[in-house]
Design a protein around this ligand. Structure first.
Ligand code: SF4
Length: 398
């Protein structure tokens, strides 16, 4: 049965509640679901139902195609002027001797390690410190581009930019333009957490608020820059806070069209001030991906970070609305491992990523940051996988 037949079968189920039937019919008609529909799904829809709807949308948009990229991270510092309660990564500025702060030279050296590697993107994010200011990043972007013009720079979030632009007395628009002129190509989705102040003030009280986060993305979109968006879920928020978060993003996307991917981020509870808050189950992770796919009808891609949720859950997520599982990483990020992710040294070769995707009957597509196809691996076989294997047999009576 294909996804269209599965949806039709679901709609014909006489036991479906009128609310769930109405939502399924909206999905079939490609009609947007409402805020109340979103909350209803979170409260009452079981995983099987959500999977049928989310996979229907996913396959309508992308078929079996599943995206990944070849990337590495640079984390310029883990010291931070802010003190988000869920953060396992940063050290307060008063304890800065426990952390690291890279110079521009050190960051360029980190980038040069990949000189002979076919990576397409460097992803830069970390803490916020006064020294890493407008001039610091502008110098880094210029020197990176001078050294390797083809490497896409996806760097920093509105959390860093809000702080940097305020210090430099620049408007969000002028600040983003300045960064773009220096070499910045796009912006990752971090720092969004949960927008609603009821939650945000409890988990991230001192960094940029929802309006500032959204405005910096809006200004980036105005100058033609593509960006991503995240949501940190599964802690103290209620279901309607998640829908409120997605609704604000959906509205901005209607206005600008500049977002590429929505990335739900699972709250992990190790080494942070919220270690008493239990983590949600894998079932809830999958329900959340599926509802995101159904709700965010104007976002092209729903992405899961395999390094954060494990390889197995990433494979499962591909049946619940996800079409992108991020990149090779090469063990260059500590953000997930410090929060308690199973992957303590996240890194996968292209072959491993391709095989991970093929194992669940999807088509692996290497993309660049802007989702241009770099290589379609659907029919590519790696030499190591086709080479005959010889095993040493025990010798009897020798
Ligand atoms: S989440 Fe980001 S802004 Fe908050 S403390 Fe950690 S590094 Fe700083």
């Amino acid at each position: 049965m294909d996804t269209t037949q599965k949806l039709a079968f679901l709609i014909s189920d006489k036991d479906l509640s009128p609310e769930l039937l109405a939502i399924a019919e909206k999905v079939e008609r490609e009609e947007r679901i409402s805020f109340d529909d979103g909350v209803y799904l979170y409260k009452y829809a079981e995983l099987g139902y959500l999977g049928v709807l989310a996979n229907y949308i996913r396959e309508k948009r992308h078929g079996n195609r599943t995206f990944f990229n070849r990337n590495f991270h640079i984390e310029p510092t883990n010291v931070c002027v802010y003190s988000c309660n869920f953060c396992s990564y940063s050290r307060l500025i008063k304890n800065k001797e426990e952390g690291w702060e890279m110079s521009v030279d050190a960051m360029i050296d980190a980038l040069k390690k990949y000189d002979n590697e076919p990576v397409t993107e460097v992803h830069i994010t970390g803490g916020v410190v006064p020294k890493q200011n407008l001039d610091f990043y502008a110098e880094f972007f210029r020197r990176s581009k001078a050294h390797r013009p083809d490497l896409h720079i996806k760097a920093l979030t509105p959390v860093e930019y809000y702080y940097i632009f305020k210090k430099a007395k620049l408007s969000h628009y002028d600040g983003m333009k300045y960064m773009q002129d220096a070499g910045l190509d796009s912006m990752p989705g971090g720092g969004a957490e949960i927008f609603h102040p009821e939650v945000r003030e409890k988990i991230a009280h001192d960094k940029c608020n929802a309006e500032q986060w959204l405005d910096i993305h809006e200004q980036a979109h105005k100058i033609g820059m593509r960006t991503n968006a995240t949501m940190l879920y599964g802690h103290i928020e209620e279901y309607w806070h998640r829908v409120d978060h997605m609704e604000r993003l959906r509205q901005l996307q209607d206005k600008t069209g500049g977002f590429q991917a929505f990335i739900p981020l699972k709250f992990r509870n190790q080494n942070n001030q919220m270690d008493h808050v239990p983590e949600v189950s894998v079932i809830e992770d999958l329900r959340n991906y599926a509802i995101a796919r159904i709700y965010m009808d104007n976002f092209d891609h729903i992405k899961a970070y395999w390094a954060m949720i494990s390889r197995e859950t990433a494979q499962l997520s591909l049946n619940f609305g996800v079409d992108d599982i991020d990149g090779t990483l090469d063990d260059t990020t500590k953000i997930y491992s410090m929060a308690g992710a199973e992957e303590q040294h996240p890194g996968m070769s292209t072959r491993e990523l391709v095989n991970l995707i093929k194992q669940v009957k999807r088509e692996p597509i290497e993309r660049d940051t802007l989702y241009n196809v770099v290589t379609d691996y659907t029919n590519v076989e790696f030499e190591e996988d086709v080479k005959p294997q010889f095993y040493k047999l025990p010798v009897i009576n020798s």
